[in-house]
Design a binder for this molecule. Structure first.
Ligand SMILES: Nc1nc2c(ncn2[C@@H]2O[C@H](COP(=O)(O)OP(=O)(O)OP(=O)(O)O)[C@@H](O)[C@H]2O)c(=O)[nH]1
Length: 347
């Protein structure tokens, strides 16, 4: 076997989460091919419809000194309306274009669990066709590994992220948001239409089903599981596709909300609380949730943020359930004691 290919396989399978896996594939292909640009497009469920997004792009730039340089596209994700990519994903077949404006282009479908979930788009000045078989092989390795990683990152019942992925996702989210703030401050060609306001903050909420033990005891675990499934489905509908949704186990869920003012975070959470309280769950009927949320800052460790949100959640449980409390507000009001520095500075 060619050593370059073997090295590439090793590089791809050295990634430990789905996000880095995408970067791993693109970076590895960039080393193998002389491409102008390599990008991955992914189907994402925004709760209402499936949209196609460009998730990772790597451009090869020629500098003044004629050395090639890699340029990753980061920052806000781009919604994609490219019909050729859509066609490739619909058919599950590679789409090839011959030389056009000095570039050849190949689009390859990426499947996970027998479903096309993404597409790889490569543009190059050299003919890509001789490398097609190798590219397809690399995609197969990627797909197999994607399946394994997906399984380990997701909660089996609801399909939301599991507790294990929380720290990593939080780190990554904070990094992306830092980049977004820089884009907004410095200005950039990649600015998102639905821009985040500079200095808005990120929030973490813990959502806990009220009296869930009673539901289990009265109707049995199968109906209990049904409630958790429906709740997760409603989360996907109520929160933005850019928010991160987790099931931490049992009847406890966590949401990391995209940057927003505190009141907006509250309004979003309250819409969800209300959507649950007014839903008629099969057989079980009326179900409510309590929610505690806290601000995420760069300097806090994830356990400290969780602890703050949990304190606010405890307050909601103690004060009648089916309600929402914010940790920083509770601290400012003297209702709970601060456990983190700066918690009494309201956003
Ligand atoms: N159906 C189902 N039940 C679970 C699962 N995981 C944990 N539970 C049950 O969830 C219940 C949680 O009960 P408690 O922690 O006492 O909380 P609660 O009854 O919701 O009360 P409050 O949180 O105080 O409102 C326990 O009965 C657990 O057995 C699961 O995956 N499926």
């Amino acid at each position: 076997m060619d050593h370059t290919i073997l090295d590439s396989v090793i590089k791809i399978t050295s990634q430990r989460d789905v996000d880095s896996l995408e970067y791993g594939l693109v970076a590895t292909l960039a080393e193998m091919l002389s491409a102008e640009s390599i990008a991955i497009y992914k189907l994402v469920d925004d709760g209402i419809k499936i949209i196609l997004e460009e998730t990772v792009r790597l451009d090869m730039k020629q500098n003044d000194d004629h050395s090639d340089d890699l340029e990753w596209t980061e920052g806000p994700k781009q919604i994609c309306n490219d019909q050729d990519i859509q066609d490739c994903m619909d058919s599950g077949q590679p789409v090839r274009f011959s030389q056009k404006e000095q570039l050849t282009r190949i689009i390859l479908p990426i499947a996970c669990d027998s479903k096309v979930v993404a597409a790889l788009n490569i543009q190059s000045e050299t003919d890509l066709n001789p490398t097609l078989k190798v590219l397809e092989g690399m995609i197969k390795v990627y797909e197999n590994y994607l399946y394994i990683l997906n399984e380990s990152e997701r909660d089996k019942l609801t399909g939301l992220y599991n507790r294990r992925t929380f720290d990593k996702k939080l780190d990554r989210l904070l990094q992306i948001q830092r980049n977004k703030q820089i884009y907004l401050i410095e200005g950039s060609k990649n600015q998102e239409k639905r821009t985040i306001k500079p200095y808005s903050e990120t929030w973490l909420a813990i959502i806990d089903v009220d009296n869930f033990k009673q539901i289990n005891d009265k109707y049995g675990h199968v109906f209990g599981d049904g409630v958790l499934l429906l709740l997760a489905h409603k989360m996907k509908l109520c929160f933005r596709q850019t928010d991160y949704l987790f099931r931490f186990g049992g009847e406890e869920f966590v949401v990391i909300l995209e940057p927003n003012q505190r009141q907006h975070a509250y309004d979003t959470l309250d819409r969800f609380r209300d959507a649950i309280a007014t839903h008629n769950f099969p057989l079980v009927g009326h179900v409510t949730v309590s929610i505690g949320y806290a601000r995420i800052t760069d300097t806090d460790y994830p356990p400290a943020i969780l602890h703050s949100a949990d304190k606010a959640l405890y307050h909601a449980k103690e004060n009648g359930r089916n309600r929402i409390y914010n940790y920083e507000t509770l601290v400012a009001d003297g209702a709970v004691q601060a456990t983190r520095m700066g918690a009494n500075i309201l956003g």
